[in-house]
Ligand binder design. Structure first.
Ligand SMILES: Cc1cc2nc3c(=O)[nH]c(=O)nc-3n(C[C@H](O)[C@H](O)[C@H](O)COP(=O)(O)O)c2cc1C
Length: 199
């Protein structure tokens, strides 16, 4: 009886621990591989080994992908500076929204929802998957596809620089993923991009 009670208590604390925002670390904006080396090494990888991504790496990755590098502008360009595309992060323990302005991960849901990402042979071993979501009240889907392309390339170059693997993915479960991310009518998933460790 005591054991059962203890497991419930542990489960309760574990769910509280995960069910909260994650304060990212300030991004490290120096170092990395020389630009030409990173471009030369950019490629898609689909086979990852399971390994957790350190918070500093995740913080750097999200900032490179779509963070603010000036007070009101980002590491990627958008038509008329509409900034219509935002990032979500899906991992084995939950779903988060990347609040780029505050540089933190806002908690959305606790649990393993990676099935909604599709292509489990890729997503299941990735440390995290970045999901690019457009606000179609701010810009057209065509513009959003351009921004997602810039974000994706930044992630590719970051991965090349850090010796990580990544692949842009247009294939995901179109009915399920918006529900998992708790998107509104005006929001649309454009691209999914897992990032993981290589053998
Ligand atoms: C818009 C877009 C969608 C893609 N969708 C997928 C996908 O669903 N699954 C996948 O394994 N690769 C996908 N890819 C990756 C391409 O297959 C890959 O970039 C291409 O084969 C060239 O290989 P490289 O990136 O190593 O140069 C996608 C790439 C782009 C740009």
């Amino acid at each position: 009886m005591k054991k059962v009670l203890l497991s419930f208590v542990l489960l309760f604390f574990a769910s509280i621990m995960y069910a909260q925002d994650i304060n990212l670390l300030p991004p490290v904006k120096t170092g990395g591989k020389p630009f030409f080396e990173a471009v030369n090494e950019r490629h898609s990888e689909r086979l990852f080994i399971k390994r957790e991504m350190p918070l500093q790496t995740l913080s750097n990755l999200l900032w490179v992908a779509n963070g603010f590098n000036r007070s009101d502008r980002r590491t990627v360009p958008t038509g008329s500076n509409k900034q219509e595309t935002e990032l979500y992060v899906v991992c084995d323990t939950g779903v988060y929204f990347y609040d780029a302005k505050q540089h933190l991960l806002k908690f959305i849901a606790h649990g393993d929802f990676r099935i909604a990402l599709g292509q489990p042979h890729i997503s299941d071993n990735a440390a995290i998957s970045v999901v690019m979501v457009a606000d179609l009240d701010k810009a057209s889907v065509e513009s959003a596809r351009f921004s997602a392309g810039y974000i994706s390339q930044n992630i590719y170059l970051f991965a090349a620089s850090e010796g990580l693997g990544t692949v842009a993915r247009g294939s995901f479960l179109k009915d399920q993923l918006p529900k998992v991310l708790q998107l509104k009518q005006n929001q649309s998933v454009i691209l999914v991009q897992p990032v993981g460790y290589l053998k």
